[in-house]
Design a protein around this ligand. Structure first.
Ligand SMILES: [Fe+2]
Ligand SMILES: [Fe+2]
Length: 271
């Protein structure tokens, strides 16, 4: 059985700063790592973590170094794709020694987990908050999908296509997400899409494709569907997402959103 942990939107800022002057993102990531390290011994084997974008807040080399320093405590290797708060060149330089990092072009990769394959795609449009899949990314997707022969596939992007109802976030979604979903709809096997960006937990189904947005370890985006609302952050509990393969009642990939922190218990229900 295979599994990975999705961590998203870590938004690491320079030492001594808070994101948006309020959110201690470095402390939140450290707590998330402690949470993950604490549960790993109780889980079926987990292969790695995947960070689905917004690793840093400004995309500076110093922020990537700080992120790597914090992530070094995680008892798992990790891969990453960029988000709108990242900078492609700085991120590439920071992870140049990793075998998943391409030497040029979009930061995209695929990883075979045995039971399923994850394709990480780069939706960053430098200088913008919305996301787009470039022609190179779509060609990469076509090539990998064409090689998988209907094997279960998960496509990871920072920007989701589904709408959350939070208008400011939806305006900055994956603008050509239909091009991705059309391909997954036409794919000859189980397919799903996982994303970040919205800092909340949301799930929907588009055609046959299940789409899920994962929560961040740090701040959340305030939930409001009102057009007049100012897009705001709120310190709701952070989370990471365990994705693990289950074989019964039928083979499928199961998501489990895990709150970050320490909590009372566990206690046996009886005795
Ligand atoms: Fe974010
Ligand atoms: Fe984002």
């Amino acid at each position: 059985m295979s599994a990975f942990i999705q961590i998203t939107d870590t938004h690491i800022v320079p030492e001594g700063e808070l994101a948006y002057n309020r959110s201690d993102t470095a402390a939140a990531l450290s707590e998330a790592i402690s949470t993950v390290n604490g549960i790993l011994p109780r889980l079926d084997p987990v292969d790695c973590a995947i960070i689905t974008g917004d690793l840093t807040d400004y995309g500076t080399p110093a922020e990537y170094e700080r992120l790597k320093g914090i992530m070094a405590d995680l008892n798992l290797p990790y891969l990453a794709i960029p988000g709108n708060h990242d900078a492609r060149d700085a991120m590439r330089a920071a992870f140049a020694d990793q075998n998943w990092m391409p030497e040029a072009g979009p930061i995209q990769w695929s990883r075979d987990f045995g039971d399923f394959t994850v394709i990480g795609l780069d939706t960053l449009v430098e200088g913008s908050h919305h996301g787009t899949l470039c022609d190179e990314g779509l060609a990469f997707l076509d090539r990998i999908l064409g090689s998988l022969n209907g094997h279960p596939v998960v496509v990871a992007t920072h920007h989701p296509w589904m709408h959350s109802g939070v208008i400011a976030m939806d305006n900055n979604n994956l603008q050509n997400g239909g091009a991705l979903l059309d391909r997954l709809e036409a794919y000859g096997g189980p397919a799903r899409m996982i994303s970040g960006h919205v800092h909340r937990t949301l799930t929907t189904q588009i055609g046959k494709v299940t789409c899920q947005i994962a929560p961040a370890p740090c701040h959340a985006v305030h939930l409001s569907h009102q057009t007049a609302s100012v897009n705001s952050l709120i310190m709701e509990p952070g989370g990471v997402t365990l994705w693990n393969w289950q074989t019964a009642p039928q083979p499928c990939l199961v998501s489990n959103v895990i709150p970050v922190g320490t909590f009372k218990g566990p206690w046996p229900f009886y005795g």
